[in-house]
Design a protein around this ligand. Structure first.
Ligand code: ATP
Ligand code: MG
Length: 243
């Protein structure tokens, strides 16, 4: 069976307010799906809901990975089933080192440190930064690169990355885009990337771009959608959100 991540009719409330209002998205192995949408439209809420964050209440809908109901699993079991999430604001975890996180997530220990160093170099991250506690004392861009080390080391079936490009310098941006593109062929990783900028998509070719407004996908298109959004902004899509 080919891998499939399926989100259907997902409704999620945060602090008593419904933010996701029937979100649908289906993707397969090796595909690149990109979510673009205005600030506050619910993109990170989707990432938090998929992560199983306790503050995000699922009201309705389903999320399945290869037919398995993800929402009934604990956050760590979601990871074990092959979903990796890189949040918009990576958490600092004092006392825990990246190596321990990889080991706990089930990465084979044989050659683990070497693989992490190799992955760090691929995204232009100084490997010695991996010796620090997770994300502690790292710059914003370094944290994003450290998330990519997790992706390359754990090789998840699906990876959802919330603004992985924010705060990256141009060299890192290019390296991260190329690493993600390579992941789609190296092990058929399905990439679900939230971004505001088409620059990421110069070296990461989207299979589908989803435009999100007011908690729902209001339009989908191919790579050309990024240019349309850059030119026209989100205003033309707002009426679709109200419909
Ligand atoms: N923990 C929270 N408590 C209260 N409101 C929240 C919380 N998290 C999100 N919201 C609200 O939910 C809405 C959607 O937020 P979300 O972070 O999903 O937006 P986004 O699409 O990721 O925006 P951005 O492009 O700015 O990252 C916003 O109106 C936000 O204020
Ligand atoms: Mg966000």
């Amino acid at each position: 069976m080919t891998a499939e991540l399926k989100i259907e009719g997902l409704r999620v409330s945060v602090a008593g307010k419904e933010v996701l209002k029937g979100f649908d998205l289906t993707m397969g192995a090796g595909e690149v799906h990109v979510i673009m949408g205005p600030n506050g439209s619910g993109k990170s809420t989707l990432a938090h809901a998929l992560a199983g964050h306790p503050g995000y209440q699922v009201l309705d809908g389903s999320v399945t990975l290869n037919g398995v109901d993800l929402l009934s699993l604990s956050p760590s079991d979601r990871a074990r089933h092959g979903l990796l999430l890189a949040l918009q604001q990576p958490l600092e975890v004092p006392g825990v080192r990246p190596y321990d996180v990889m080991a706990a997530a089930g990465a084979p220990l044989d050659g683990l440190r070497e693989r992490m160093i190799d992955e760090a170099e691929r995204v232009v991250l100084r490997p010695e930064l991996l010796e620090r506690f997770l994300n502690v004392d790292l710059s914003g861009g370094e944290r994003k690169r450290a998330e990519m080390v997790q992706l390359g080391t754990l090789r998840p079936q699906f990876a959802m990355l919330d603004e992985i490009d924010s705060g990256l310098d141009v060299d890192a941006l290019s390296a991260v885009a190329r690493r993600l593109q390579a992941a789609t062929t190296e092990w058929g990783c399905g990439v679900l990337a939230i971004t505001h900028f088409s620059r990421l998509l110069q070296e990461l070719t989207p299979t589908v771009i989803h435009v999100v407004s007011a908690g729902r996908v209001v339009a989908t298109g191919g790579p050309e959608m990024a240019d349309i959004l850059e030119r026209d902004g989100y205003e033309p899509f707002r009426d679709l959100a109200r419909a």
